[in-house]
Design a protein. Structure first.
Lengths: 177, 357
């Protein structure tokens, strides 16, 4: 089995893309990192570039979670958050980071900025069971069938129809039991 | 011989796919990430709190009526081969070799449930499903999570949903992975174009190695790109719908390969046949790729004398930790592993016949 991709030496958990070799006298130092790593920026340009901090108000750049001491710099480098308190502390930064990394659906991107406390979560909440409706698979198959018919892909449609039939027969058998 | 395995026999004797009936969509994995609100996340957890969260979560899960004879394993009590075995058995993308004291695993007798405690998050619960009972598997996981939620308070905020150490997993904390066996799509080079469309629909794809260019065994892992801003039902629907489309496409391509009498594919399957029967050494990736083509050959009726069950089982058993467990040997020398793998595979596929003319 292949090993998981090696992680960036800057600890930002992205896969390694750059092998940076420094030769000073008889010493060779090799650093493995991703292309967006601050370590990479520092090696090439002599300073750490942090674009996400550019839009932050003065004072926010030194932000730190009062509970676990996680710093803004650590969050921006892609390190894990330290505790639940980090979320309200770094709320705006987290949202902009999630957007820049394309980790939220388009409707969230559009709604950002409307209200500071606007909830983005729309799923289950604690102590609220949400069982999956048994008909969901059938709905999905029917949608795929309609799409195949729309594209006049009759081979796919025939196969999807067989799947729907099998599922419905299975459902009626389960019902009899 | 290495240290004795602490894993239950059922896990070693039965691979998840052996009873699977779908040749294209063999497995789905559902993973829920949760943290307890009053503790720091594992990356900033103190040693004392590591033990506290470990015992709290394991105690409650051991009492869960949704699990069959649950068994808790402390990370420090299981050897490296067992950790690798769990990683292989549960089709994980990331390994557990760096787990230490204060972290642990909880499994049950179904062989399809795995809880990781204090690894990245306080709790990651994973169910793998290979029989096509998608709804049942998800409902089981949901039930375990809800029951546990009545005993511990999960870290939750209405704005961000369930809070996770990696903010990219907050919201539902749900990751759904559909494992698809797509040799026809991959070998006819139609995968990149197909995946481009899916990317726009919030579904990402990768190989078992964790990246899209690290596909082996022609297994593609589809998973939801978003956990925040979508309900669990939306996520399940999106992954399922994409998997269905790819499955239908693969099915169509296989029909074409057969009716068109595709010479390139015949050549590739024949080569895989030769490799599986006559190699002296077999690397894991080589073995999985050849097995994949043999599996395709069986589906196209170009290969006979082997069942899907044997191939599905070999998909697991040719991996290093599984091979070590089965042979009862601690395999470390790469040449020896490759040789033992080739021997093991030969033994199990002796009866196959190539029907390509």
């Amino acid at each position: 089995m292949a090993d998981r991709p090696a992680e960036c030496a800057g600890h930002c958990k992205r896969p390694i893309k750059v092998l940076y070799k420094e030769i000073v006298g008889n010493t060779i130092t090799v650093t493995e990192m991703c292309t967006e790593c601050p370590v990479y920026e520092q090696k090439l340009h002599g300073q750490i570039k942090m674009p996400a901090t550019e839009g932050l108000a003065e004072g926010e750049a030194g932000l730190c979670c009062g509970n676990c001491r996680t710093t803004l710099e650590s969050v921006l480098t892609g390190n894990p958050l330290g505790c639940p308190e980090c979320y309200p502390v770094f709320s705006d930064v987290l949202i902009s980071e999630l957007i820049s990394e394309d980790a939220v659906p388009p409707h969230i991107k559009k709604s950002v900025g409307a209200k500071k406390t606007q909830p983005f979560h729309i799923g289950k909440s604690p102590s609220h069971t949400q069982a999956l409706p048994t008909s969901s698979r059938l709905t999905t198959l029917n949608e795929a069938l309609n799409e195949a018919l729309k594209k006049e892909n009759y081979e796919q449609a025939a196969w999807l129809r067989d799947q729907i039939k099998a599922l419905m027969e299975k459902g009626s058998d389960d019902g009899k039991k | 011989m290495t240290e004795k395995s602490n894993l239950p026999r059922i896990l070693i004797e039965h691979t998840p796919w052996e009873t699977g009936s779908n040749p294209i969509w063999p497995a789905t994995a559902f993973t829920l990430h949760r943290n307890i609100t009053r503790f720091n996340f594992p990356p900033k957890l103190s040693t004392g709190h590591f033990q506290q969260t470990l015992s709290t979560l394991s105690d409650h899960l051991l009492k869960s009526t949704s699990l069959e004879k649950p068994q808790f394993l402390k990370a420090e009590n299981i050897n490296a081969n067992d950790k690798e075995f769990l990683y292989e058995h549960f089709l994980c993308i990331e390994g557990f070799q760096n787990t230490l004291s204060g972290q642990g695993f909880l499994i049950d007798d179904t062989g399809n449930f795995l809880a990781l405690i204090n690894i990245d998050d306080h709790l990651q619960m994973r169910v793998i499903e290979c029989q096509g009972n998608w709804d049942n598997a998800w409902n089981k996981l949901n039930q375990i999570e809800t029951t546990l939620g009545s005993a511990v308070e999960y870290a939750f905020l209405p704005r961000f949903g369930y809070l996770t150490s990696d903010p990219k997993l907050c919201g539902t904390g749900l990751v759904v992975q559909a494992y698809l066996h797509l040799p026809a799509l991959i070998h006819t080079a139609q995968l990149p174009e197909t995946l481009q469309k899916q990317k726009e629909e919030g579904i990402s794809a990768a190989g078992m190695g964790g990246a899209l260019d690290d596909i082996f065994g022609d297994l593609l892992v589809l998973q939801n790109s978003y956990t925040l801003g979508l309900s669990e039902e939306n996520i399940l629907h999106d992954v399922q719908s994409t998997a269905m489309k790819l499955m239908a496409l693969e099915k169509t391509l296989r029909m074409h390969l057969k009716t068109e009498n595709n010479l390139d594919m015949k050549d590739q399957i024949s080569r895989a046949y030769g490799l599986m029967l006559h190699s002296y050494q077999l690397q894991t990736k080589e073995a999985l790729s050849a097995l994949s083509l043999i599996k395709l050959g069986v589906d196209l009726q170009w290969i006979e004398g082997i069942t899907d069950k044997v191939i599905n089982t070999l998909f697991f058993q040719c991996r290093r930790a599984h091979l070590g467990e089965i042979l009862g040997e601690h395999l470390t020398d790469p040449h020896e592993i490759a040789r033992k793998r080739a021997e093991y595979v030969h033994k199990h596929i002796q009866s196959i016949q190539l029907k390509i003319e």
